[in-house]
Design a protein around this ligand. Sequence first.
Ligand code: 5GP
Ligand code: ZN
Length: 114
Amino acid sequence: MEDCIFCKIINQEIPSTKVYEDDLVYAFKDADPQAPVHFLVVPKVHIPSANDLKEEDQALLGHILLVISRLAKDLGIAEAGYRIVNNCGEDGGQTVGHLHYHILGGRSLQWPPG
Ligand code: 5GP
Ligand code: ZN
């Protein structure tokens, strides 16, 4: 989608540090990391937010979680634990309108979030 930062990252129009890529998803390091390990997993199709998910996205969403599980192991944060975050909409703190999952690890995280 035009004017979407994450679509531009997926299309290599904006540089990023790639963590993983396949036909369905792209994973890259967050530009403003909030933990020693902080990367984002995004679907390659432009879905604005969790509010826009449809029945037909079920397999894609399952795939995203499996990719996250695998990458957490590969990056060495699985055993100690980590957090998967999806911010949705204004109150959720979403700043980029392309569905994305934050994966944060490498330190003890507080709960509840602010
Ligand atoms: P949100 O606030 O929407 O949940 O998360 C958006 C995230 O995208 C933020 O953590 C922010 O640091 C990250 N981000 C925004 N623009 C860029 C960019 O151009 N490159 C990378 N790698 N991350 C970005
Ligand atoms: Zn997009």
